[in-house]
Design a binder for this molecule. Structure first.
Ligand code: 13P
Length: 287
């Protein structure tokens, strides 16, 4: 069932678990995630970056594919299609195409411009029953080309953006996308707690879910994180499983060249990661 993400995240916030946002890249990815959500009776958010949207043939193609699957695979758990790190124009066109949720990432603008643009997006979203994620936080320190801290948001700026009427707020607390560098100092729970206190009840979003140790994930959920984004980890396991298929020469056996056979191990690898994350985030049986 295609829904906006607001209700599922408020429920998660109240009941102390997080809903996973898993980014999609193609049909196999989408099917793996949706089916795993249904099998585990878990709500789920499909993340679509602007680049991935283009890659899949455009936002409307994505919406058509997801809606078709929800109907034909008899999916009854709540599913949201969410634009990940949308630009101002990107967020508007995703809403037009039928996305049920968008992130407008204005974190690189000055706070006043971030506020004005976020307000414009909220206005369109409200007219169309679409949830909105906003982001606050600037990129942290870098040394010898290695990012050491990630983003740390100013709690007061978080409050300003939260008060605009967004459905969820992404706040940098030392998290970064992709693999974490060896000298990563971990998540900043002091700032997370301040953000939680000042935004009272707002579902918070943790980006960069790949590679965050499990105990830190659990602690952030206890401090108000209700949505956790995972992308790179699915890409790594998909590619690894596909590589093994070729290394074992399976493409040379019988009809092993059939793309449906080639993509099957990667599809299963994504399913396994998604299930593991749903267990960790506590979203199983919360649909
Ligand atoms: P990872 O790629 O680090 O899992 O982060 C995903 C993300 O935050 C998407 O917005």
């Amino acid at each position: 069932m295609l829904v906006n993400a607001k209700e599922m995240l408020l429920k998660a916030r109240e009941e102390g678990y997080a809903v996973g946002q898993f980014n999609i890249n193609n049909l196999e990815w989408t099917k793996a995630i949706i089916e795993t959500a249904q099998e585990n009776n878990s709500p789920v958010i499909l993340g679509v970056s602007e680049g991935a949207g283009k890659y899949m043939g455009g936002f409307k193609t994505v919406v058509g594919m997801v809606n078709g699957m929800l109907e034909e695979l008899n999916i009854t758990v709540p599913v949201a299609i969410h634009l990940d790190h949308g630009s101002f124009e990107g967020a508007k066109s995703a809403m037009q195409a039928g996305f049920s949720s968008v992130m407008f990432d204005g974190s690189h603008y000055q706070i006043d411009e971030n506020i004005t643009k976020t307000l414009d997006i909220i206005e369109i979203a409200n007219e169309n029953n679409i949830s909105v994620e906003a982001e606050v936080g600037s990129i942290g320190g870098e040394e010898d080309g290695v990012v050491g801290a990630g983003e740390v948001a100013d709690p007061n700026e978080c409050k300003k953006i939260a008060d605009l009427g967004v459905s969820m707020l992404a706040a940098g607390i030392g998290n970064i996308h992709g693999k974490y560098p060896e000298n990563w100092t971990g998540l900043n729970f002091d700032v997370l707690k301040q953000i939680q206190d000042i935004t009272s009840g707002m579902p918070l979003v943790l980006h960069g879910g790949t590679g965050i140790p499990n105990d830190m994930v659990t602690e952030s959920i206890s401090l108000g994180v209700s949505k956790i984004n995972v992308n790179t980890e699915c890409q790594i396991v998909f590619t690894e499983a596909t590589r093994i298929y070729f290394e074992e020469g399976k493409d040379k056996v019988g009809k092993g060249f059939d793309p449906r056979k080639v993509l099957a191990p990667g599809y299963q690898a994504i399913k396994d990661v998604v299930k593991e994350k749903m267990e960790l985030f506590g979203s199983i049986n919360k649909a």
